[in-house]
Design a protein around this ligand. Structure first.
Ligand SMILES: [Fe+2]
Ligand SMILES: [Fe+2]
Length: 381
């Protein structure tokens, strides 16, 4: 999970990328110190208790089809595989080489890389979020239930992502690490608000989307690192992207099973998450200075093509195809059919809206913003 976010500045009627809908319950707000962003109101425990049986019935399937998607630790890459070896006499030489490669990367690239890294580093929040989900949470902290085994091992795999990016940045000398570290502390303190309502149907739609979004984003930071001559960073980002793809496969399979066992409930969940829009995990990002930090980071990611409004539409389209929603017929109520039709038509509507937004944006004067992460240097949004 933990895709970094993009602020999609378009409005599509009823779409996933429109601003959050009117609250269903009284909204609460995070403290001004934590972030400027309002937290959406929450519905809690929206899965009817009897549907927990769906997840119990899938435990055997999860052991057979989900857990094998995890890689044994002994076969996993680790951050040090991509970094100078601090126990070696060559360490200083290797650090100089790393810094020489990093010198070719522009400031705006570092803004996006930092935003990605900060997003990954808020991993405690994401594990917490998954453990809010009824019927699949880790009840003890070391439960042998396959859902819990998955979540812990997934977290352990994810933990390497922020680690490698952070160590690389530290050695590169290109970013103000103290400001980056503060941003991570603020973000973990703020939490996130994905609107998943303790409901694993919603939760796994959300994670399916987010894992793909992170795969896209890290894939693009890999591509740009290579274009700017940093092949080691390119390999690191590409390796992270491959992890995200594997995780996306897992979460996508869970939703596939839900569509098989409970097509109406599952398609309603897909539509619900899309209507609410997929809130990005780091939407409460703050560095103690810039009250619009997340929006500014997302705007740079959009401009560099690391994660864009088009990517959002592509991900929705991909999921519609992956889950064969267009041909989903059996077991649907009228409401389910309307939900299906809404989701299937969404990518096209989003693309049209993003094209209009791009046309409007072309008429705007380019705006520059200072980022504390790069010593208050200015970057064009
Ligand atoms: Fe992920
Ligand atoms: Fe990740």
């Amino acid at each position: 999970m933990q895709a970094h976010g993009v602020l999609v500045r378009v409005r599509v009627p009823g779409s996933a990328i429109a601003p959050a809908p009117a609250p269903r319950r009284r909204p609460c707000r995070v403290s001004a110190a934590a972030a400027a962003t309002a937290v959406r109101s929450r519905v809690t425990h929206s899965m009817p208790p009897e549907k927990a049986e769906v997840f119990r019935s899938l435990e055997g399937w999860a052991s057979r089809s989900l857990l094998p998607l995890l890689k044994p630790v002994e076969g996993c890459w680790q951050p040090t595989d991509f970094l100078p070896d601090s126990s070696s006499e060559m360490f200083e030489h290797e650090v100089r080489e790393l810094r020489a490669r990093a010198a070719g990367l522009p400031d705006d690239y570092f803004v996006v890389l930092v935003g990605d890294m900060v997003t990954e580093e808020a991993l405690p929040t994401y594990q917490t979020m998954i453990n809010t989900l009824d019927g699949v949470r880790d009840e003890t902290g070391a439960s042998a239930c396959p859902w819990a085994v998955w979540t812990r091992a997934w977290t352990a795999e994810e933990n390497r992502h922020g680690d490698i990016l952070g160590k690389y940045m530290y050695l590169s000398g290109r970013v103000d690490m103290r400001m980056v570290e503060k941003t991570v502390q603020y973000l973990i303190g703020s939490g996130m608000d994905p609107g998943t309502e303790n409901n694993p149907y919603l939760g796994f739609v959300y994670t399916s989307f987010q894992e793909r979004a992170t795969a896209v984003s890290h894939g693009n930071t890999a591509r740009l690192a290579r274009a700017h001559g940093d092949d080691v960073l390119a390999r690191a980002c590409g390796t992270i992207a491959a992890d995200e793809k594997r995780h996306e496969t897992a979460y996508g399979r869970i939703v596939e099973q839900l569509l098989r066992l409970d097509p109406d409930g599952a398609v309603l969940a897909v539509a619900d998450m899309m209507r609410k829009r997929i809130t990005m995990p780091a939407h409460l990002m703050h560095d103690g200075r810039d009250m619009g930090l997340f929006d500014h980071f997302a705007a740079v990611a959009q401009r560099l093509g690391v994660y864009t409004a088009r990517d959002y539409a592509d991900i929705v389209e991909f999921l519609v195809k992956r889950w064969k929603l267009e041909t989903l017929e059996g077991g649907l109520t009228g409401e389910g059919r309307r939900a299906r039709d809404f989701v299937c038509g969404l990518p096209q509507r989003m693309r049209r809206a993003s094209e209009r937004a791009e046309d409007r944006a072309k008429k705007d004067e380019p705006r520059k913003v200072k980022f504390s992460w790069i010593f208050d240097r200015e970057v064009t949004l």
